[in-house]
Design a protein around this ligand. Structure first.
Ligand SMILES: [Zn+2]
Length: 396
């Protein structure tokens, strides 16, 4: 609630895009908390905040954290809870057991949501993996056309130095996050141990036919791209439905050209967002969508093209870390289950440079990316207890 004062939106929301004054204030608050418990604090080249308890043994770091940028508007918990969880866990460990044997670090990552810069693609965590090209900052633009390099300069960061955020000294990364979906609630459980993160792919599909008069052109002589799009849209959605959980397919954006009520459009374009955490099933889902789109276009004599606008491989969580988290929950009597993540997370990126896993806590009504987002303190605490025990096991 304290962190949510920065960018407070309405009664329960936040509006805190990366590099905004609200985001800067929130990052400074996290820095202050970390300093307050004796951590060494720094900001990396893209503005992610790191707090560190150096281990007596040195070596590679054990990291926990998440992001504090939000959707516009978003809720108070998405990301922020993971930063707070890492802080509470590490503070508790040091209070109870003194400084760790292994180095513990907390990270508050920047621009996970892509709510300000749609193509930033996990800016903070991607910088840590060293996969931001030097020219990227001048090419990633916000919804209003400004580059992310401009945004960085506004908050005192030098966009030519993004490569300096790269880390090759991380051992583990554990991210606690709200579930953002209804599975834990349906199961009546506070905590989920994430087995893997789904692999989303987005198609931008264009169906082209012929524009005609809505009154004069008989139905049997039309090449109507809207009719084709409608059949494709219901077809791909039904395909995911028939495959069953955890396959999901969404058509969230559509554009008709011309967009007139008395005309058959010339062209209809729309997104198909399809996701599955299992690599084989994912390939099946995409193949079914592509076959269906081609079949419908051919039968209706329509031209069909698509572009894959993004495509992320599914990421399996580290099996040993998953087992450790399960054991941490079991030992403390915390009810839990294994769960796939349908949403994308920084953990996907971090898995390139560290052994990675995630803990989910229950979301009320499965809601997220809205001010209606809510997780009870009890559920948050249950997740933090799992995290704390795992960090204790790894670092002491
Ligand atoms: Zn998030």
């Amino acid at each position: 609630m304290t962190l949510a004062q920065h960018g407070a939106y309405g009664e329960t929301g936040v509006w805190r895009p990366a590099y905004s004054p609200e985001w800067v204030a929130a990052q400074e608050m996290v820095e202050g908390w970390c300093r307050g418990i004796g951590m060494d604090v720094r900001q990396d080249a893209v503005g992610s905040v790191w707090g560190k308890f150096a281990g007596s043994e040195g070596g590679k770091s054990i990291v926990s954290g998440s992001h504090i940028d939000s959707q516009c508007p978003g809720g108070r918990y998405d990301g922020a809870l993971g930063v707070i969880a890492a802080y509470v866990a590490m503070r508790t460990l040091v209070e109870q057991h003194g400084l760790p044997r292994r180095t513990l670090e907390i990270v508050s990552l920047c621009e996970e949501e892509s709510s300000r810069y749609p193509a930033s693609n996990y800016w903070g965590s991607r910088a840590i993996t060293g996969r931001i090209a030097p020219e990227d900052p001048e090419h990633v633009v916000s919804l209003d056309g400004a580059t992310i390099a401009d945004g960085m300069r506004e908050v005192g960061l030098d966009p030519t130095r993004v490569l300096e955020a790269k880390r090759d000294d991380l051992d583990y990364f554990i991210e606690l996050h709200i579930e953002q979906g209804p599975l834990l609630e349906q199961a009546g459980l506070p905590v989920g141990i994430v087995t893997g993160i789904t692999g989303p792919r987005e198609y931008w599909v264009t169906v082209t036919g012929r524009s005609d008069h809505a009154g004069a052109r008989p139905m049997d002589t039309r090449r109507d791209p809207m009719a084709g799009a409608a059949e494709i849209i219901s077809g791909v959605i039904n395909t995911a439905h028939r495959m069953g959980r955890p396959a999901v397919t969404t058509v969230g954006r559509i554009a008709a050209d011309p967009n007139l009520s008395p005309a058959v459009p010339e062209q209809v374009a729309f997104t198909v967002d399809a996701r599955h955490p299992d690599p084989e099933q994912r390939a099946v889902l995409f193949a079914r969508h592509e076959t269906l789109m081609r079949e419908i276009a051919t039968r209706r004599d329509l031209d069909l093209t698509w572009e894959i606008t993004w495509d992320h491989d599914p990421q399996r969580c580290d099996p040993e870390l998953v087992a450790l988290l399960e054991k941490s929950a079991k030992n403390q009597g915390i009810p839990h289950m294994l769960i796939p993540s349908g949403a994308g997370h920084d953990a996907q990126q971090m898995a390139q440079v560290a052994r990675t896993a995630m803990i989910f806590v229950r979301s009320k009504d499965g809601r997220s990316h809205t001010p209606a987002e809510f997780t009870s303190v009890e559920d948050a605490v249950a997740g933090i207890e799992v995290l704390t025990a795992a960090l204790h096991r790894l670092a002491y």
